[in-house]
Design a protein around this ligand. Structure first.
Ligand code: GLU
Length: 623
């Protein structure tokens, strides 16, 4: 744990008029993405043009403009991140918001300090390990008991109070304006509005609440329609006027507790177990990132309760002995050798993830062992570039001897069903002083539970379905399972979210993350390899097709863009080995990179969603 330190003098800056420009901009729908070309300046190849006033990258261009305007008004990365988060609640309500949680990775430039504010949703005091057992994902994830204690607002205020320079009401102002006066529905929002997760329990007022906003009169809003959210605007105004307490102990807390009492008709036991006391007791945690070296760079990643940092760094460490970037040795981007060793490393790492990783405030997670050189070498030795481990043979290893000495027993081989949502959002911001925020923010599935807090206009998450639905704990030394991700009161469910910062020595050179459930780990690993091994400029690194092997089994996810003959070659390695799913989109990476020699900043956003980058020149900043 790290002490939060007061570093900033609050100053009051009124910025209201800027939001009129933002609203005009959104209606016109422009996206400003700087072109990326090769540049040999820094150690990491960079895009041009770069800036020195800050860069904001989000999956919704309008939210990037909100953040950039805060930077232009003299705000720092923490002010901008707060405003972006609230704006995304308005513009991407299906993905994140104050009814959810996430992980905010922070780099303080002056203090040279990097850490995480963990505002992951936690389980209420009345949660039990078997509460979800036997209920299908579709039903349990849309019942009130899937709602975890929401943390996003506390992430915002923790960052703002400690490192920001704007007041809470000031960073809420653009979102209030956008919600009250309306935004144009984006193509992505249109797609989400037709999702089946917004069609449960027709006629039940608890589930109709969200439909009334996004399908007024039963007619789904489509791209270009004006979406006005007066309840959400009023909620943000209430928080602006009364502060944090109205959410955790006041009228909004009461409304949240009442809303999660709804459940699906086929799941009468699925009423929420959250109480006002749970909400009043909710806390964020300030955590040290996990760290690993990869080809001379330091990779800082998300610690437990996320598997994001441990599993992505484990994959990279297992791959380090292969000349991934070198075509002359038969590797290089998209080659059969490269893809095969990536897939095999993924199978080993995800076997470990399934057994060992959970909330380490509750269970012993062998983080040191998982990231140790010795364990990486032991696991990597199982990988052959031109062979694959037959399906059914990849087991979790035992990192404990590399951690604190004693093995806990022979790990069992639990096969967990992958049921994480893929609708989260990620944004990255660097400011003129080099402070960084890279934040993955979520309500878990698209639209969370599908429950909108009546009269308050925000969705409630279904994050508790990221716990094991069937308890896994087994003390038998011949079939050991720590139950690392079993439900427990106050515990946070294991995540895959992976805000990541790459350092060259002490200096941050790239920050990124992605939505995508268990594929997040792969979007991050692909990104690190694209930058470091394949020396791509940042936009190219974001654009390049990705693969994701998210279990110890076979059946790799891939995007369009890999050569057919490579896929065929890999599938020919053996009948019980690699198979590939039909191509589908993986993740949505938002990244900033920094050339530390000239303090020049670059950004890239992902066109797999809409993606917006706004760069700020120093001479645009008010003061
Ligand atoms: N709930 C997931 C996690 O914590 C994220 C879901 C998503 O990416 O949409 O890892």
């Amino acid at each position: 744990m790290k002490q939060i330190i007061e570093v900033s003098q609050k100053r009051s800056v009124r910025i209201g008029i800027l939001w009129i420009f933002i609203a005009v901009f959104l209606v016109v729908g422009l996206v400003a993405t700087p072109p990326a070309t090769t540049n040999s300046q820094g150690k990491l190849p960079l895009g041009v043009p770069g800036v020195r006033g800050g860069v904001v990258t989000t999956s919704e261009p309008g939210a990037a403009h909100v953040g950039a305007d805060i930077l232009r008004a003299g705000g720092n990365a923490f002010d901008a991140a707060a405003a972006v988060q609230f704006a995304l609640n308005v513009m991407e309500p299906q993905s994140s918001g104050i009814g959810g949680g996430g992980f905010m990775m922070i780099h303080l430039a002056k203090q040279k300090d990097t850490f995480v504010i963990d505002c992951r949703e936690s389980a209420p005091a009345a949660a039990t390990p078997d509460m979800f057992t036997g209920v299908s994902f579709g039903v349990r994830s849309t019942s009130g008991y899937a709602v975890g204690l929401p943390g996003t607002l506390l992430c915002v205020t923790t960052a703002l109070d400690n490192w920001g320079t704007f007041e809470l009401d000031e960073v809420l102002e653009p979102a209030i304006d956008l919600a009250a006066n309306g935004i144009r529905v984006s193509s992505r929002l249109e797609g989400s509005i037709t999702s089946s997760r917004l069609s449960n329990e027709m006629g039940n007022p608890a589930y109709d609440e969200a439909r009334n906003v996004f399908k007024p009169g039963g007619v789904p809003l489509v791209e270009g329609d004006l979406l006005v959210q007066p309840d959400l605007a009023a909620t943000f105004q209430l928080i602006a006027d009364e502060g944090l307490d109205v959410f955790y102990t006041g009228e909004i807390a009461e409304a949240i507790v009442n809303t999660q009492l709804a459940t699906r008709s086929e799941n009468p036991d699925g009423v929420g177990r959250m109480t006002l006391e749970d909400l009043a007791n909710y806390e964020v945690a300030i955590r040290e990132p996990v760290e690993g070296n990869y080809r001379g760079y330091r990779i800082l990643g998300m610690p437990p309760p996320s598997s994001g940092g441990l599993t992505s760094i484990q994959i990279l460490k297992m791959l380090e002995r292969f000349p991934i970037g070198d075509e002359s040795q038969g590797y290089g981007f998209g080659s059969a050798n490269t893809l095969n060793v990536m897939i095999e490393a993924g199978r080993l790492a995800y076997a470990d993830r399934a057994i060992w990783i959970g909330d380490d405030d509750f269970v012993d997670v062998p983080s040191t062992g998982l990231l140790s050189d010795g364990y990486a070498a032991e696991r990597s030795a199982l990988i052959e570039p031109d062979m694959c481990m037959p399906d059914g043979t990849v087991e979790a290893g035992d990192p404990w001897p590399y951690n604190s000495g004693d093995s806990k027993g022979k790990p069992n081989s639990a096969k967990l069903v992958d049921e994480e949502g893929r609708n989260t959002t990620h944004f990255s911001i660097v400011d003129r002083d080099g402070n960084i925020v890279t934040w993955t923010s979520t309500i878990e599935s698209g639209w969370g539970t599908g429950l909108m807090v009546p009269g308050y206009g925000f969705m409630l998450n279904n994050e508790l379905t990221d716990f094991n639905s069937t308890p896994q704990y087994n003390p038998d030394p011949e079939n050991f399972n720590p139950g690392a991700n079993d439900v427990a009161p106050g515990k946070r469910p294991r995540s895959s979210m992976a805000p990541t910062i790459i350092f060259d020595g002490k200096k941050p050179v790239a920050a990124f993350g992605s939505p995508g459930g268990s594929t997040i780990i792969w979007s991050v690993a692909n990104m690190a390899m694209n930058l470091i091994d394949h020396e791509m400029v940042v936009q190219e690194a974001v654009n390049a097709p990705r693969i994701a092997q998210t279990s110890s089994g076979v059946n790799t996810r891939r995007e369009l863009g890999f050569a057919d003959e490579v896929i065929e070659e890999l599938e020919g390695l053996g009948e019980t080995c690699q198979t590939f799913r039909s191509p589908s989109v993986i993740g949505s990476v938002q990244s900033v990179v920094i050339d530390q020699r000239g303090h020049i900043q670059y950004g890239a956003a992902d066109k797999r969603r809409i993606g917006g980058v706004v760069s700020v020149r120093r001479d645009e900043i008010a003061r």
